[in-house]
Design a protein around this ligand. Structure first.
Ligand code: GRF
Length: 212
């Protein structure tokens, strides 16, 4: 099977990107990381990607001012240049326009550090602690125009411990992120994920529930 060409879009340290690069080193993995693309020239993950021999590119959002559509067109041009099949957002801190999102139906994934639909947006760990949540986790989902929405491909849960700090909880969730993102991308790259009535089916079955 032809491996799918994946672009990972980052804004920061890129630990999820690194997990995807690591998984794709396996020849049996159905995707290759063909490009790491950042909206910030100084994103830490760019160096990590280069050190791993992955092509990198930057589309600096600052150069586009408030013109999100122009920024998204520039992103699209780079993705086309690298003949990308699947886009993985991994700590990519820009909202994308509906027009851009529409060009990647069921071909763009995001990882969010919460059990969606709970805790969309930023500061998820702090908010989970403040809410007294007993379970927390991470979600990989297809990207739709609405932020942190879209059909769920995979979730992983962790227990919230009594007295947890935000940093301790974030680290526990991050370890889960690094497992579920490569697993979710594998399923998508293998063509095993189908969206029916707004929900993902994997090999025709609902996404498995979480262990309790
Ligand atoms: C992760 O927690 C991810 O879920 C969120 O932003 C963070 C990015 O971390 N969207 P990293 O850059 O992958 O290390």
């Amino acid at each position: 099977m032809q491996r799918k060409r994946v672009a990972v879009l980052i804004s920061g340290r890129g630990s999820n990107m690194a997990a995807l690069i690591e998984a794709a080193k396996d020849n049996d993995y159905p995707a290759e990381i063909a490009l790491v693309l950042s909206n910030r020239p100084n994103a830490g993950g760019l160096g990590v990607a280069r050190a791993a021999g992955i092509a990198t590119d930057v589309v600096d959002h600052a150069a586009f001012g408030k013109d999100r559509a122009a920024f998204d067109r520039a992103l699209q041009a780079v993705l086309e240049k690298y003949r990308i099949d699947i886009v993985c957002l991994a700590g990519f801190m820009r909202l994308l326009t509906p027009g851009f999102v529409a060009q990647w139906p069921e071909r763009m994934l995001n990882i969010h550090p919460a059990l969606l639909p709970a805790f969309k947006g930023l500061d998820t760990h702090k908010r989970a602690l403040a809410a007294g949540a007993k379970m927390h986790g991470a979600t990989v989902h297809f990207v739709v125009a609405e932020m942190d929405a879209g059909p769920i491909v995979a979730q992983g849960a962790v227990a919230v411990h009594t007295g947890d700090s935000e940093a301790a909880l974030a680290a526990r969730v991050l370890a889960v992120e690094h497992r579920i993102y490569p697993a979710a991308l594998k399923l998508v790259a293998e063509g095993r994920v189908q969206v029916v009535n707004g929900q993902c089916l994997i090999d025709g079955m609902p996404v498995p529930g979480l262990p309790v």
